[in-house]
Ligand binder design. Structure first.
Ligand code: ZN
Ligand code: ZN
Length: 283
């Protein structure tokens, strides 16, 4: 957390326009960190057959709903995050108020909200039923269970062998990637799962969203003087993924780096590309 705070300070100095977003993110991460130490989680048991399924059949290991969650801790975190949301900006405050009203009026309870929102289709349905902004609602529910999910992944990651996976979706939970990461070895490229945070290796030239591998239709751009970040564009599906070059900066929190480079998303969107897995501030 100290490293993260230091990095947030650096980013605020470098890009003062992001101060509000960075402050919000820091508060969220602090609350998540607080509950990490006391999480009570069932172990994730990986059966031998599952591992075979992963390598031979190309199916992910778990469904999102199969991840063990400390629901009590997640509910507490949800309440703290809602509190932070109220002070963030007027739109978020209004959304949090709506969520709280729905809970008060017993239209949904916190447990159900957190458990069911794990599945994308259900999350969308709940947001629609309650008249909520889907992205904000998902943010609060997902960030509330994130410490549980990440603790589960940490426990099983040593047992996993995913070097040969090379697909555009997560070998653990099947979700699409949030970011693309470049690492130490020459050309080593990994994707970061948008749901469980697992990182898996993929080929250098590859669109994770449509499996395009043709060099002519894959390109990228970056902002002058900011070679650490780039946007990888695919002309086949007209979608993009943000890449963070971790050979140039220390790997502290890639999600933070994503939030601090929204200007690149704006450029990509202006060029007519779409981001399949947006963050809270992108469209
Ligand atoms: Zn995943
Ligand atoms: Zn594509």
């Amino acid at each position: 957390m100290e490293k993260l705070k230091k990095r947030i300070q650096q980013l605020k100095k470098k890009r003062p326009g992001y101060k509000e977003i960075l402050n919000f993110y820091q508060k969220v991460r602090e609350e998540q960190e607080k509950i990490k130490v006391s999480l009570k989680l069932e172990p994730v048991h990986l059966k031998k057959e599952w591992k075979e399924l992963l390598t031979k059949e190309g199916f992910p290991l778990l469904e999102r709903k199969d991840f063990p969650i400390d629901i009590e801790a997640s509910i507490n975190l949800f309440q703290s995050l809602c509190q932070i949301g109220k002070d963030a900006n007027p739109h978020m405050a209004e959304q949090v108020k709506k969520i709280e009203e729905a809970i008060e009026n017993k239209r949904i309870d916190r447990k159900k909200l957190l458990r069911e929102s794990v599945e994308e289709a259900k999350a969308e349905q709940i947001a629609n039923e309650l008249g909520l902004d889907k992205k904000i609602c998902s943010f609060f529910t997902q960030e509330s269970i994130r410490p549980s999910i990440e603790a589960g992944i940490e426990k099983i990651s040593n047992e996993l062998e995913t070097e040969t996976w090379l697909k555009g979706f997560c070998p653990i939970c099947g979700s699409l990637p949030l970011l693309n990461l470049l690492k130490e070895e020459v050309g080593k490229r990994s994707l970061l799962c948008s749901f469980c945070g697992y990182q898996w290796r993929i080929e250098r030239l590859f669109c994770p969203f449509c499996n395009n591998k043709e060099q002519e239709s894959l390109h990228y751009f970056y902002a002058e003087g900011e070679e650490t970040y780039r946007i990888d564009l695919c002309d086949k599906c007209h979608q993009y993924i943000k890449t963070i070059d971790l050979r140039k900066i220390e790997e502290i929190d890639s999600t933070l780096e994503d939030l601090a480079t929204l200007h690149l998303d704006i450029l990509a969107i202006q060029k007519g590309y779409k981001r399949p897995i947006p963050n809270l501030w992108t469209t």
